[in-house]
Ligand binder design. Sequence first.
Ligand SMILES: *[C@@H]1O[C@H](CO)[C@@H](O)[C@H](O)[C@H]1NC(C)=O
Ligand SMILES: *[C@@H]1O[C@H](CO)[C@@H](O)[C@H](O)[C@H]1NC(C)=O
Ligand SMILES: *[C@@H]1O[C@H](CO)[C@@H](O)[C@H](O)[C@H]1NC(C)=O
Ligand SMILES: *[C@@H]1O[C@H](CO)[C@@H](O)[C@H](O)[C@H]1NC(C)=O
Ligand SMILES: *[C@@H]1O[C@H](CO)[C@@H](O)[C@H](O)[C@H]1NC(C)=O
Ligand SMILES: *[C@@H]1O[C@H](CO)[C@@H](O)[C@H](O)[C@H]1NC(C)=O
Ligand SMILES: *[C@@H]1O[C@H](CO)[C@@H](O)[C@H](O)[C@H]1NC(C)=O
Ligand SMILES: *[C@@H]1O[C@H](CO)[C@@H](O)[C@H](O)[C@H]1NC(C)=O
Ligand SMILES: *[C@@H]1O[C@H](CO)[C@@H](O)[C@H](O)[C@H]1NC(C)=O
Length: 512
Amino acid sequence: MSNLHSKTLSFLLFLSLYLLPHSALAADPINLIPVHSADCSSKAYTNGSAFQTNLNTLFSSLNSKSPTSNFYNDTAGTGSDRVYGLFLCQGDLSNTDCQACITAATTNLQKACSQRQAIIYYDYCQLRYSDHDFFGIMDPNGFSTNNPDDVSDPERPLDFVSNLVKKAPYNKVPLMFAANASFQYRLFAMAECTKDITSADCAKCLSTIFEKIKVCCRDYQGWRFLSPSCSIRYEANSFLRNPNFTTSEIVESKCSDDELPSGDGNSQQDLSTLLSSLPSQASANGFYNTTVGVDANWLYGLALCRADLDPESNTCLSCLTEAATVAVDDCPNKTQAIVWREKCLLRYSNRNFFSAVSNDIEVLCNPVPMSEAEDVAVMQMMRSLVDKAPEIPRMFAADMLGNGTAYGLVQCTRDLSIEGCRDCLTEAMGNATERCNQMKGWRFLSGSCTARYESTPFFDPSILAADAPAPAGKGNVDSLPKVKSWGNVCGPNFTTLALLCLLVIISIGGRN
Ligand SMILES: *[C@@H]1O[C@H](CO)[C@@H](O)[C@H](O)[C@H]1NC(C)=O
Ligand SMILES: *[C@@H]1O[C@H](CO)[C@@H](O)[C@H](O)[C@H]1NC(C)=O
Ligand SMILES: *[C@@H]1O[C@H](CO)[C@@H](O)[C@H](O)[C@H]1NC(C)=O
Ligand SMILES: *[C@@H]1O[C@H](CO)[C@@H](O)[C@H](O)[C@H]1NC(C)=O
Ligand SMILES: *[C@@H]1O[C@H](CO)[C@@H](O)[C@H](O)[C@H]1NC(C)=O
Ligand SMILES: *[C@@H]1O[C@H](CO)[C@@H](O)[C@H](O)[C@H]1NC(C)=O
Ligand SMILES: *[C@@H]1O[C@H](CO)[C@@H](O)[C@H](O)[C@H]1NC(C)=O
Ligand SMILES: *[C@@H]1O[C@H](CO)[C@@H](O)[C@H](O)[C@H]1NC(C)=O
Ligand SMILES: *[C@@H]1O[C@H](CO)[C@@H](O)[C@H](O)[C@H]1NC(C)=O
């Protein structure tokens, strides 16, 4: 089984912003003075014209979306007076701050511009409108600003940001946004694109402006480049905003470099058959593996949903449907791909990987440290999950520490044997111990298993109660592991105290 890690193969990393120490976060109100006065262009519209009416409609639509979304594009009106507009708030900006920023932007543009096209940039948001349909058209033409102080080692911020430039385009949900913080080197940075453009155009936009930064700004301690379609910012002090990004969702994928041959064998056609059938096949039982093709041109695919999902909901199906779309978008016609999402995993290859333990591994650590005592308790919990999961038909186990400070979940793809599952999860523990020692959260993602620990509940802790309805699909006889959440109290003799434990667990979960 070839390894998508191999140096000759490039692959795409989809790291969401996992991991910002809480102290990296600014809680102060955001600055609502524009970075630059509004850039108004094109012809003027007249007071009371249809265009102005449409513009006001657009502004109220954008204002009404800013409390719920950090990006929105919309149009108002028809014909030659139709107006197109969008806004983007920094990916980690809170709803309230995004709303305040967009209100400031629309108010400012209403006062400062009477042209049919304009854009305005603030520290944390930008807003643009035009009488031309610019949606989906990548535009990297903007401007830079920098702080006056020199930086001692210009390469360090550039290296730091280059990671984000690579990642942001593929962090599609909810936004093409990536950020990172290093206290040691005083590096705080983010890269972001408007969501109307494709990942490929986002990648182009960010690399274009990144090249400009290398020319204009590299020697300064703090710089940014703002453009209609993308922006990059680096500062020596944190301007990042949202603690919840510490447990952002898993959105990653990897693909091989080589592509399936087109034409005769038509394995590209087989791939689309595979990707369109896997989600529904897997959603009944939460797992499916299958092959498609003829002769030597087989394609092997599998799909797995997190075993705690409610089988009555269509969460599994919708997660896998999205994963299949991501596989097409991010790994177009590649011979191999793995897509990890928060609640599912989808994988295919032109080589038979069934029942082999995957070498394709990602380890992500939360940089926030924790005490040795906490680490001991967490690792003990995780090791007991690794012991349990392989023996359970669904190859899944989850648990929490009694005081609600740690949540763990491990799962294998069910093409593996018990030994294969154990090997995969044992490697996960080895890698996590080595790479994320005493860190408050980590994720191990492989093509064959996942293991994850967080300090906040990323799954519904009520599934841990032994008498909770097992979220098993039709025809599944196995149940969720009866995990020991409360030592002897909620341990093997759970039933007598089940109700009490359930209530306690729920109330602990609810407090987070
Ligand atoms: C954040 O920066 C650290 C140090 O440079 C790096 O190891 C890590 O991979 C980065 N994380 C992300 C999400 O870019
Ligand atoms: C546009 O019209 C409104 C009233 O309809 C008026 O208050 C405003 O001053 C006018 N603006 C301009 C630029 O003429
Ligand atoms: C937003 O932009 C996309 C293009 O990226 C377009 O397909 C979509 O229709 C736009 N949405 C609205 C509401 O105009
Ligand atoms: C973080 O998440 C919690 C729980 O989901 C939510 O109550 C809180 O408002 C979020 N904070 C921000 C800044 O989004
Ligand atoms: C992938 O293969 C399909 C079917 O042959 C083809 O229509 C499509 O254009 C290919 N996509 C790329 C990006 O090559
Ligand atoms: C939670 O429990 C673990 C071990 O059981 C312990 O190390 C940790 O200090 C506890 N945390 C709190 C906040 O009580
Ligand atoms: C699914 O994987 C198993 C190996 O675990 C293999 O025996 C079986 O043939 C596969 N199913 C299909 C439909 O390929
Ligand atoms: C994971 O551990 C294995 C050995 O158990 C090692 O070969 C591999 O390099 C580690 N991978 C990562 C990403 O740490
Ligand atoms: C569980 O209960 C049974 C009797 O109901 C008892 O024999 C056993 O010792 C108990 N086990 C534990 C671990 O308390």
